[in-house]
Design a protein around this ligand. Structure first.
Ligand code: AMP
Length: 435
């Protein structure tokens, strides 16, 4: 189906063409007509499916009909997203698709000065893309007038709930006109997401792409079973393969992300890190260097990497195996984006085996085990654990892998003994907050 058939206006089609898109992705083909008809929408789709354009394009089409170049620009559309990185990416999308329209936009997120954000809002903007925390701050300072708002988008709603944003979202929505179109996107349709849709939407249509929580078909998945002390060496060994030219490495914790980066750098492999201890500028810089190819490897924690939109990632490496099946699906969704083929490699230590079995049940298939050719598996373990992360597992409340009812177990890796049942947040626990 060509984009033309979706009923988008000429200036938007032109921008889409300039972005190099020839056909709408499945989520775009399904969602755009419903949004243009004025329906509320629940979009169940992972990052990488083209979901951003699925909501941005029809909203721009509707706004284009409302806006005259010379008028003031009251806020007509608010997009809420969980992280600064995702806000910046949505901004890039909006700017690209609206380049032939007289629209203005602003981004609102924490970690940087409020002043330019307030100034932009005062100058008038049609579209605001924001994280809930900073937006609440600006609303409390009476810097946002939502009287003319017609569109609300909750992007990556599941992650916003995970990060504890529900109270802020509720307060923000209270300040919006009741008569509006509300679009909600989430990677999974959990009970919490369903109750959110009842709270904020009216008779929404649901569009679901792919099997729930299923990794993209284009990603080849492989597992290397190794003891923990061999992980640094195996990563360096695998990176000798020239095909691994744009590699996203996931670590469980911030301090181990830094350690991995140091070990790669000392082997001459250019590496950047992305985690919440880094300043906003450092994070944007890391992403920029990775996108431009100035560094070949980006080491990130789950929250920091959430929603990052980088084309051409050749490999995702789960250096630390994720604790939850959903995280696995999100992580490997960074590669194989928009049909490019990518590889997802996971290091699995003996203590990860329970989690791995649960994951394989969750995604409905086994993952191929591989041995690294030419790698010395016989290096003995050091007498002391020098990794520094012994007994420092992230302290997260048990989370269900599917279904999401917080009180009824069955989370991935149900046989992990001491790892389960910890509900307080450790000092190294990232942005996660107990639900
Ligand atoms: P998203 O799921 O919104 O993060 O989009 C994933 C990637 O797909 C982004 O890099 C988009 O630029 C790209 N993309 C979005 N729509 C299309 C399309 N119709 N054809 C090709 N690529 C697209």
């Amino acid at each position: 189906m060509p984009f033309r058939a979706l009923g988008l206006e000429a200036n938007i089609l032109k921008a889409v063409q300039e972005a190099g898109y020839t056909e709408p992705t499945p989520i775009q083909a399904a969602a755009i007509p419903q949004i243009l008809l004025g329906h509320d929408l629940i979009g169940i789709a992972q990052t990488g499916t083209g979901k951003t354009a699925a909501f941005v394009l029809p909203i721009l089409a509707k706004l284009a009909g409302l806006i005259k170049p010379d008028q003031r620009h009251p806020i007509r559309c608010l997009v809420l997203a969980p992280t600064r990185e995702l806000v910046v990416q949505i901004e890039e999308n909006v700017r690209a698709y609206s380049k032939h329209l007289p629209l203005r936009m602003a981004t609102v997120y924490g970690g940087v000065s409020e002043r330019p954000q307030i100034q932009a809002l005062r100058n008038g903007v049609d579209i605001v893309v924001a994280t809930p925390g900073r937006l609440m701050d600006l609303m409390q300072q009476r810097q946002c007038d939502f009287a003319n708002l017609s569109f609300l988008v909750l992007d990556e709603a599941d992650r916003m709930l995970d990060m504890g944003f529900l109270p802020s979202i509720r307060q923000i929505v209270k300040a919006l006109p009741q008569k509006r179109q509300t679009l909600l996107f989430s990677a999974t349709l959990s009970k919490e997401i369903e109750s959110l849709t009842h709270e904020f939407q009216r008779s929404p249509k649901t569009v679901q792409i792919g099997r729930r929580s299923n990794p993209a078909e284009t990603v080849t998945q492989l597992i290397y079973e190794i003891p923990k002390h061999l992980k640094p060496g195996l990563l360096i060994h695998l990176l000798k393969e020239p095909k691994m030219d744009m590699v996203l490495v996931f670590s469980r914790m911030k301090h181990s992300a830094d350690r991995i980066a140091r070990s790669l750098e000392s082997s001459g492999i250019k590496t950047a890190t992305l985690h919440s201890n880094r300043s906003q500028n450092q994070r944007l810089r890391a992403l920029k260097d990775f996108k431009s190819g100035a560094v070949r490897v980006l080491v990130a924690t789950d929250i920091a990497a959430r929603g990052i939109d980088v084309d051409g990632i050749s490999h995702v490496v789960n250096y630390d195996f994720p604790m939850h099946a959903e995280d696995y699906v999100h992580r490997i969704g960074r590669t194989g984006r928009a049909q490019a083929v990518g590889d997802a490699i996971s290091f699995v230590t003996p203590e990860d085996h329970g989690t791995l079995r649960s994951l394989e049940r969750f995604i409905g298939r086994g993952i191929v085990r591989k041995r690294a050719e030419g790698f010395n598996y016989n290096v003995p373990a050091p007498a002391f654990d020098t990794s520094g992360d012994r007994e420092r597992r992230p302290q997260r409340a048990p989370r269900q892998s599917h279904g999401h009812a917080p009180s009824s177990g069955n989370r991935a890796g149900g046989n992990q003994g001491s790892r389960s049942g910890q509900s307080s947040r450790g000092s190294s626990g990232g942005n996660w907050r107990p639900r």
